[in-house]
Write a protein that binds this ligand. Structure first.
Ligand code: RTP
Length: 149
């Protein structure tokens, strides 16, 4: 059985502020397993592919500038219901609407600088993982990730 996977990305402001460890800690504390991590210099080509659904949005040029402002850290996490639960750990897109206790609720106030990205569906996760990790990822699974019944 292959465990559900999601693509979580620490955006340039999160990397700049030294929040990578904090974000890893929250996913590990919850019980998820990190299966890939890499720091990337972004470029327009990969960002256009990553955000292909948002190209027509009025905020897209601002989003592109933001995502080009520094390196990002891309991660693949796996575990039960990790796509949906991962988005809950991140909080709402708008940090001011994010509950305290979520990453965005605790660390930011501006939708244009909201620290992190999380795939919004299993299908998007598969697409994003292939985009950012084209050479594939390790598929090792911890025993404790499965129900042992
Ligand atoms: P993400 O993809 O980063 O996890 O964010 P999301 O699904 O929660 O939100 P989405 O609508 O896909 O937007 C992607 C990113 O665009 C920026 N944004 N700016 N009104 C604005 O200025 C605005 N709206 C969205 C945010 O960085 C958002 O995470």
């Amino acid at each position: 059985m292959s465990l559900e996977k999601t693509y979580i990305m620490v955006k340039p402001d999160g990397v700049e502020r030294g929040l990578v460890g904090e974000i890893i800690k929250r996913f590990e504390n919850k019980g998820y397993q990190l299966v890939a991590i890499q720091q990337f210099e972004t470029n327009k080509d990969i960002l256009n592919q990553h955000y292909e659904d948002l190209k027509e949005k009025p905020f897209f040029p601002k989003l592109l500038n933001y995502m080009l402002s520094g390196p990002v850290v891309g991660m693949v996490w796996q575990g039960k219901d990790v796509v949906k639960t991962g988005r809950k750990l991140l909080g709402e897109t708008d940090p001011l609407k994010s509950a305290p206790g979520t990453i965005r609720g605790d660390f930011c106030i501006d939708v244009g600088h909201n620290i992190c990205h999380g795939s919004d569906s299993v299908k998007s996760a598969e697409r994003e993982i292939c985009l950012w990790f084209p050479n594939g990822i390790v598929t090792w699974e911890r025993k404790c990730m499965h129900d042992l019944i």
